[in-house]
Every structure is written in C-alpha cells, then in structure tokens.
Ligand binder design. Sequence first.
Ligand code: ADP
Length: 262
Amino acid sequence: LEEALHQAKKMEAIGQLTGGIAHDFNNMLAGIAGNLELMRIRLQQGQIDEMRRHIDAAEAVADRATAMVQQLLTFSRQQALAPKPTDLRQPIGFMRGLIEQSVGSSIEVRITLPDDLHPVLCDRNQFERALLNLAINARDAMPEGGTLAIAARNVSLDMEQAGLLQVPPGDFIMISVADTGSGMPREVMERAFDPFFTTKPIGQGTGLGLSMIQGFIKQSGGAVRIDSTLRVGTTISLYLPRHVGEVAVDTQQSMETTGVAC
Ligand code: ADP
C-alpha cells in the first residue's frame, strides 16, 4: 500500500511538473512570437534600432528556454559523472568572471582560497555548474546588492560532525558560498533540496538547482549543508572528500554550457 501511495504521489508530482513546464514554455514562446511580430512592424517602419531591441529580447527569452531544457535534461539523464582528481582552485578561478558577470555590479564577489588546498575527486563541469547555480541563487536573494563570499578550505570531520552530514569521518574540502541576502524561512529550508521546489516566479526558477547540486555532491561522496538566518543571509557548504594522489593540471577545460539557470 505504501508503495502504491508513493507511486501515486510521484505521478501527481510529475503531472504538476509537466503542467508547470508546459505553462513556462507557453509563456516563453509567447514572448518570442510577440517580439517577432513587433520586429515585423518595426521593419515596415524602417526602425532598425527598435528592431534590434526586439531581437535582443527574443534572444534572451530563447536563452532562458534553452537553459531550462538543459537543466531538465541533466536532471532526467542523471548525467554520468566523469570524476577526476581536481584542484578546486582551478574551476573556482575559471568561473570567477562568469559569476561576477551573472551577479551584477551591485554584488561584491570575494573569493578566498588557501595555498595548501587538498585535491578532490570530482567532475569539474558539474562543479562549475553547481558554483554558478549557487551564485545565481545568492544573487536572487540579494536584489538590493550585497556580498557573495566564496571560500574553500581543508577540514577534518570527526565522528560527530561526519555523522550529522551522513558521511564517513575523515579529510574533506569545504567550499562555502555565502550571501548577505534574505535568508530562508524554516519551511523553505526544509524543502530547499526537493526537486522542483521553488519560491521564484514562473519562468525564473525551476527548483532543480539545489537538488541537482545535492545529487552530484552525494554521488561524489560528499554532503551539502545549508545555514541560513532570515534577513542576514545564507551559506551553502559543499563537502567533498579529499583525494590522495597526484592531480593533473588542466588549464583549458571549461564549462560545456554556459546557459544555466536556477
Ligand atoms: P530555484 O533557484 O530554481 O528556485 P533551487 O533548488 O536552487 O531552485 O532553490 C530552491 C529554493 O531555495 C529557492 O526557490 C529559494 O527559495 C531557496 N534558496 C536557494 N538558495 C537561496 C539563497 N542563497 N538565499 C535564500 N533562499 C535560497
């Protein structure tokens, strides 16, 4: 009976999800169609500058739709990870520019990385994607600006600390992404990792960011933790197990896709 109930709940969730996606896509298509129509009118009037504005607007909506499809695909495929020994300072450094660009100039980005950071075994692309997702969540929580602090450090988890995070005790690398934003009410914090849970308006949030990040980090043998205080801010901490062994220097690897939305 429990299994049947679980299944029924799942079906209901899938029904809600597909309804929501259809709705989002309808809105986005309407946005693109509307801009195309306006472009035709401007073309007839010979207003080239106005036409450019509508091209930009249509492109922005199309990008959002692409990002959403990308995220859904990643989610449904449960993409196979390609973990490699990684010095996380490389992907963090690599993403800096994109993060700064994504959060805008009203948010100060601070990055703190120690010289002796231990390597981890993880999929670099997924890590970069996770970092960008967290930065965008932080931006959304700071509409009036603030500080986004990204830091990494070596930590040793004892039995008790490890138990709370449901990982074996030992050496980890902790990557924290802290904002000075709205913080999360308790009921949001409790559901933040649920797939498709979002408090954002339709079309802006898929509710997949944190659940995908948690899936990826857990698959890599780590854990994710949220600390949040209302009107003070939120810190998301990713724990990844230390990798013992050498690390290949990989200077040119980059994000597969940049169209990521949360
Ligand atoms: P999405 O960003 O698409 O809504 P997520 O799974 O990334 O999906 O986040 C789920 C919810 O958790 C968000 O809608 C938001 O309410 C809350 N949340 C996530 N990150 C933060 C943050 N840094 N500050 C405040 N709330 C957050």
